[in-house]
Design a protein around this ligand. Structure first.
Ligand SMILES: NC(=O)c1ccc[n+]([C@@H]2O[C@H](COP(=O)([O-])OP(=O)(O)OC[C@H]3O[C@@H](n4cnc5c(N)ncnc54)[C@H](O)[C@@H]3O)[C@@H](O)[C@H]2O)c1
Length: 101
């Protein structure tokens, strides 16, 4: 069985891939390389270049690699807020979605 890491050619995702490999897991990466790099994916790990929105592609990866789990980096966004103490507009980093199990 294999873990699919989306965004696995990016900064956080590639570290996630290394951690999973160190734990003895089999990994496949789906990444559209919009900001990631193929060299960031460890040798021996299949990299499928494509978009997570491509359902047919995702289905074929799941079937071909017998994927039983999907992981992705946690998503953060910056939300502006008005600071009472400094009376300036600042930005707060907030987690958008739960981290992968
Ligand atoms: N860099 C940090 O210190 C940090 C810390 C905590 C959380 N995060 C969060 O983790 C996430 C990833 O951050 P990062 O620094 O690794 O960014 P990154 O740009 O290095 O990695 C994102 C990866 O996702 C790929 N990607 C983007 N859209 C895609 C799509 N539709 N289909 C397939 N692949 C796609 C990119 O090509 C890239 O490889 C962000 O949401 C960020 O907010 C980052």
């Amino acid at each position: 069985m294999t873990i699919l890491v989306t965004g696995g050619a990016g900064y956080i995702g590639s570290h996630m891939v290394h951690t999973l490999l160190d734990a003895g897991e089999s990994v496949v990466v789906l990444d559209n390389l919009s900001t990631g790099f193929d060299w960031a994916v460890p040798k021996g790990v299949p990299l499928v270049v494509g978009d997570t929105g491509d359902q047919a592609l995702a289905a074929s990866i799941i079937a071909e690699h017998r994927v039983d789990s999907i992981r992705r980096p946690p998503r953060y966004t910056e939300i502006p807020f008005r600071s009472r103490s400094t009376r300036t507009t600042r930005r707060c980093r907030c987690r958008l979605t739960a981290p992968p199990n």
